[in-house]
Design a protein around this ligand. Structure first.
Ligand code: BMA
Length: 319
């Protein structure tokens, strides 16, 4: 059998609703970060009303013995932040090296649609809320850990239904994390029967490698039996992330196991976090909007594969 690039942990899922110490509907899409030699997952938990909040889990090896908070870590605060009325979802956690703080970008589900909000913290106990940083409709945002020519940079995914049926990945810049500009399209959704036609969005935050910023993104294909969320790879220039160096033609990970194909929303793999351990990565992904699973991959193998499957090279560009 041909070896897949991502290997599923054999005892998946690693966290499901029965592990949550209070009543809720589902636990899925989690941001991930390593702190004080522990791996932290900031998990999206959907309550039984349908409103999501974020709850922290921690483990020494990032695989077993997850200690989960007895109560939500971050709850929507619609009194002060009305855009959080229908919940907070899908966090991406990035350590900002120069400030030595964690930046959490997440979806706030407002009455005008989903938008991007930002929170910073050093300890997951005290939080500084920046409020909305991108207006609706927008999702799937993460910061880069460093500045580029003095400016912070964020990848995100706005949606416009005016002229295009597609939703593309964008990149923007800010001097202070609060005010964002110089917006431009970074990666476009493909068309027709492609696995990433229709909608694409950043999955975990960009990962720095010797060859560039490694991007894992989700692509949505619409079929008569519903949507399929799969994952593909891209690479951005280390010094100027506006330059797309490579983009995979094929997907690299797709729903296959029963916990990925059946749940509140079928056929979804949705990572919001990954942790680097030397050449390996631990990828944490939401499955069918119902539980959290783990897959591993080798960074050098991903980069090697991406070179061979780069749809931007050799005139193979096909949309
Ligand atoms: C996306 C996001 C994710 C969700 C996925 C599948 O738009 O809202 O939170 O996992 O849809 O339902």
């Amino acid at each position: 059998m041909i070896k897949e690039l991502f290997q599923r942990y054999p005892h998946n899922p690693i966290i499901s609703i029965n592990d949550i110490p209070y009543m809720a509907n589902s636990v899925f899409n989690a941001g991930a970060i390593k702190l004080d030699n522990k791996i932290f997952l900031l998990m999206r938990v959907e309550d039984r009303r349908g409103i999501s909040h974020l709850t922290l889990a921690r483990s020494k090896d990032g695989i077993n013995d997850w200690q989960i908070d007895n109560q939500p870590t971050l709850t929507p605060n619609p009194d002060k932040y009305p855009e959080e009325i229908w919940g907070i979802e899908d966090p991406r956690v990035v350590f900002l090296e120069e400030k030595r703080i964690m930046a959490i970008t997440y979806t706030a589900y407002s009455k005008d649609g989903p938008l991007i909000s930002l929170i910073t913290t050093t300890d997951f106990q005290n939080f500084i809320r920046y409020g909305p940083v991108m207006p609706p409709e927008n999702k799937d945002a993460a910061l880069f850990p460093i500045r580029f020519n003095g400016r912070w940079s964020m990848i995100h995914r706005p949606v416009s239904y005016m002229l295009t049926e597609k939703a593309n990945i964008w990149i923007s810049f800010s001097p202070d994390l609060k005010h964002w500009g110089d917006h431009q399209v970074l990666i476009s959704a493909r068309k027709g029967s492609w696995w990433d036609a229709k909608k694409i969005g950043l999955s975990p935050p960009p990962l720095r490698t010797d060859e560039g910023w490694l991007i894992l993104y989700h692509g949505v294909k619409t079929t008569v039996s519903g949507v399929i969320y799969r994952l593909g790879l891209a690479l951005l220039d280390l010094k100027d992330p506006r330059n797309l160096i490579a983009r995979s033609d094929e997907w690299v990970f797709s729903p296959k196991e029963s916990y990925e194909t059946y749940g509140d929303v079928d056929k979804i793999v949705f990572p919001c976090g990954w942790i680097q351990k030397n050449d390996d990565i631990l990828l944490y992904y939401g499955c069918a909007d119902s539980c959290i699973a783990l897959a591993t991959a080798s960074i050098s193998e991903l980069l090697e594969w991406l070179k061979k499957h780069n749809s931007l090279s050799g005139g193979k560009q096909c949309t």
